[in-house]
Each structure stands twice: as C-alpha cells, then as structure tokens.
Design a protein around this ligand. Structure first.
Ligand SMILES: C[S@@+](CC[C@H](N)C(=O)[O-])C[C@H]1O[C@@H](n2cnc3c(N)ncnc32)[C@H](O)[C@@H]1O
Length: 321
C-alpha cells in the first residue's frame, strides 16, 4: 500500500471486495469495507498506538486557544479521541466532537472518550465535553454538523472517501479562522515479520506489502465516483487555502519479542492481508501464510517470539488564515 498510511490499523474487505453491509445496501461508507467488523482490530491497534498518539495529541493542542473545539473525523474505535480528550483536560478543557459513519465504531469511540473525560476523581483535570456525531463525510458537510473547530484531526479516513479533494475542502470549511487541519495520511508501510521466517521463501513481508499496495489501488478504483488526487497531500492542503503547511511523522515501535497485544495484532494483520490480497501472492507464499495462520502448525505466528510492529505515520498540518 504505497501511499496508504496507518499501515497497521485498518482496512478490511471480504475477498469479493464488498462487505456484507454493502451487499445488503446498508453501508454508510463508499469503499466496500465492512467497518463494523473491524472494531476489535482497530481497538487492538489503538492500544498499541496509544503512547505515540498521546505525544501527537499534546503537540497538536499546545497552540490552541482556551477551551477549543477539536474534531476527530473518521474516529474509528476512538484511540486518538481518547488522546485528544486527555490532552485537552490537561490544559483547561474543551470539546471533542467525534464523527464517523459506522455506528458501532462511533459508539465505541464515544464510550472510550467519555471514560477518559471522567477519569477517576482527579480534580486537577479540566472538563472536556465529548459529542459523537453519526455522519457520512462524503455527503454531509462537517461545518454544518460539527464546526467550527480550532483543530480538525482526520486520520486515515479521507482516502476512504470518493472525492478526497472535496472531502479536505469540506474539512477546511469546518475550521475556525486561525485553526488547524491535521491530516494523517501516508508514511511508511508497516512491518511485522522477520526477513527469514525459517519457512518458505525469505522476504515474505515485502511481497505481502506489495500485494496490499495493489489491493489499495483497486480499493480506490472500485470506490463509487472515485476521483484521483493530482499530487501529494501538502499540495492539496495549500490548494484549499491553508497556510504554514508542514508535516511530521511519528513512529510506532514495538520491537520483538512481542507482548501479547503485538502478537494478537500481528495474527490479525496477516489474516487481513491474506483476505484482501492473498490471491495476488505466489502459491508458495500462500502456503507459508496458511501455515503461519494455522494454530495447529508449529510455525503459527501467534507462538513466535520474533514478530514486532514497526511503522511510521505522517501528519500533514495547515492553518486556516
Ligand atoms: C482506517 S479507519 C481510521 C480510524 C482512526 N481515525 C485511525 O486512524 O485509527 C477509517 C474510519 O473511517 C470511517 N469512515 C469510512 N468512510 C466514512 C465516511 N464516508 N464517513 C465517515 N466516516 C467514514 C470508518 O468507519 C472508520 O472508522
């Protein structure tokens, strides 16, 4: 997934490319992905990302005015929502508005964010309001449902919308003058397997990543009314009128030997790779993947001490004049 980001926390489709919900016509997304089935996986990833995201959240809210409104659009299971709540409650409070089109994910995110907002009996922490909003970002304007905000955080959601330029333009519309857009897209493709697993051909990780990159291209192509971008995200942010456009990347680094959460995540990640892109692999690699996913096989990934998680996510920043 060459330009896809958050390389470990997303994207699941059935092998025919359509989710059950989409097949039943109930999907509120446009990418054919059954997001409600991704809840546990997103939660797992949120747990592994928590430390890094806490740093990012503190960095993003540092320059905001008192008691700001922050939007977390495409909030998923709410990992960053929690980080934003905690960052705001440590500096005088504010409001965090969560927006997502998948009810199960929005509920989970709201629950997690509210728990963070009412954390314990620590009276030194300021009040943060949490407001969940169920909305399809491809058809509803954030400014009408959730704005204006001093910070809009959008992590790995824009690339699931048909017209990414229109989506970013609509996010910018929801920003108050002087406020910021923080768009997390792209970065480095995540790794979790050692180069030589001792079975199959060495270098499986790179071939899996290449297969997934191929799947990502098809996912964009198959999104109804999909529109291509004309360049990188920084150019798009400038085109929408934002100034002071910059970017930074943050690392998610859980080295081997893996703690149980990393091991569980790695098994799910491999299973997901297999589901969406396994058919693009050489049959010999498919056999290796099958072995790695078989709890009865001695090579089962869930028993290995040499898996890890290493990835980098890029955050593009721009300020509304
Ligand atoms: C890859 S997850 C990202 C979750 C979280 N922001 C993160 O970075 O971990 C994509 C999220 O976008 C949501 N989403 C997809 N299409 C959407 C749409 N049209 N409107 C609103 N949310 C959407 C999904 O429900 C899911 O929660």
């Amino acid at each position: 997934m060459a330009v896809h980001s958050h390389n470990h926390a997303h994207d699941h489709a059935h092998s025919d490319g359509r989710s059950d919900a989409a097949a039943r016509g109930h999907s509120h997304t446009h990418d054919g992905i059954d997001w409600s089935s991704r809840l546990n996986f997103l939660r797992q990833a949120d747990e592994l990302d928590a430390e890094a995201r806490a740093v990012v959240a503190r960095r993003l809210v540092r320059t905001l005015p008192d008691k700001p409104t922050v939007l977390d659009v495409g909030c998923g299971a709410g990992g960053m929502s929690v980080a934003l709540v905690e960052a705001l409650s440590a500096r005088g409070g504010g409001t965090v508005v969560l927006v997502d089109s998948t009810p199960e994910l929005l509920d989970a995110a709201a629950h997690a964010a509210r728990s963070a907002a009412t954390y314990g009996t620590d009276t030194t922490r300021a009040t943060v309001q949490v407001r969940p909003v169920l909305a399809d970002l491809a058809t509803e304007r954030p400014v009408e449902i959730a704005g204006p905000a001093q910070l809009v955080w959008a992590s790995n959601v824009v690339h699931h919308l048909p017209d990414q330029r229109a989506a970013v333009t609509a996010l910018v519309e929801a920003i108050a003058p002087g406020g910021w857009l923080a768009l997390a897209e792209g970065g480095l493709t995540g790794k979790f397997l050692p180069y030589d697993l001792g079975i199959g051909e060495p270098g499986l990780q790179d071939r899996l990543s290449a297969a997934r990159a191929e799947w990502f291209v098809r996912m964009r192509e198959d999104t109804t009314d999909s529109v291509r971008l004309s360049g990188g995200w920084n150019l798009l942010l400038s085109d929408t009128g934002l100034v002071d456009v910059t970017a930074f990347s943050y690392l998610i680094d859980h080295p081997a030997p893996p703690k149980p959460a990393v091991r569980d995540w790695a098994v799910d990640q491999l299973r997901w790779h297999d589901e969406v892109a396994g058919h693009l692999l050489h049959p010999a690699d498919r056999r290796t993947v099958k072995q790695l996913l078989d709890p009865q096989d001695p090579a089962y990934l869930g028993l290995r001490d040499d898996v890890f998680l290493l990835t980098a996510n890029t955050v593009y920043l721009g300020r509304k004049p």
